[in-house]
Design a protein around this ligand. Sequence first.
Ligand SMILES: [Zn+2]
Length: 399
Amino acid sequence: MTKKLFFKNVYLKEFTANIISKEEIEGEFHIVLDQTAFYPEGGGQPCDTGTIDSLKVCYVYEKDNKIYHIVDKKPTKLNNVKCTIDWEKRFDHMQQHLGQHILSACFEELFDAETVGFHLGTAFVTIDVTLSDLSNDQAQKVEYLANQVVFNNLRVNQLYPNPSKLSELPLRKPPKVDKNIRIIEIDQFDFSPCGGTHPSYTGEVGLIKIRKWEKIRNNIRIEFVCGNRALKDFTWKNDYIYKIANLLSIKDLDVLNGIEKIYSNYHSQQKEIKKLKEQLLNYEAFALYQEADIHKEIKIIYKIYDNRDFNELRTLATKIISKPNAIVLFGARNKKAQMILSSSKQIEINMNEIFKKVCIIFNGKGGGNNHNAQGGGDNLSKLEDALKEAKNIIINQYI
Ligand SMILES: [Zn+2]
């Protein structure tokens, strides 16, 4: 059984120990020490990392009361090895972990909501609470209470009660183990069975900040950050607000109003642009119709465009053929060669048939009906020949 130094002194960063076993598994070494301050992954808390002598500890786990430290190289020295824990990481885990106890206790205290899930990730922490909904106001209330627990700097005790004492404690949740039950008490406020590492006073958790929440199945998942993570989160958000305020030349408190104004202006401008584009196309359709070549009273509008939106051309063609006696032959050299052949309803013609005849010239595909056919192909250099051929067929065979 490995002696767990982190339960005796949670602030222990360096210690010496003896390696009592080392097993090679797939090129890595699983080391057991006689005593350790490395916390093994468990109870929702990630494991510690650090060094054993000069060997890097990348993962720590517990199995059959032994704690295994995975290192990448074979240890040479076995006795009195110097071990160091990556303290920044561990302290972060302690802040987030106790923050979770506090927040969960506050959800229970205020809304009778149980915590049924906990995840301590590398960036954020989440808990799942048994609520069907959470309002902004409720979230602020729970956050406020949680931070008062922090500011009151309550003592955090670890208790190992005997069964009769245990039954008297107002536990927030039942223990998962039946032996050596360890209770984390936040000074009369919360009693929770837990095997993780926690600071000795709530003040060390620092700010507890709820970032957001969402409905997951029948519960609400709360994402939050504590301590240094909260500081980091505040830092970038402050930076962003400052930069946005500068960009808009307004005060930071007015940022939301400013953005809402811009957004609403943007929408009305988009509407205006759409209206103007429509007007412009109407003028263009009118001009093309007026200037078209006339063959036996039929106006033939023949034109090839470079880099012009095909949907826009389609709209333009539709506007032209809504007028009487018009035939539209449009080509577009975009990423591929595109063609539209359209005619007014009164003209007896089969545009689909004509399109099928000429599309092979530019390696095109497509089709349509008597008054409308369109499609695209990959031979851009032959588009003009194909469109000319369509015009010849129409003049020689249909008009
Ligand atoms: Zn805990």
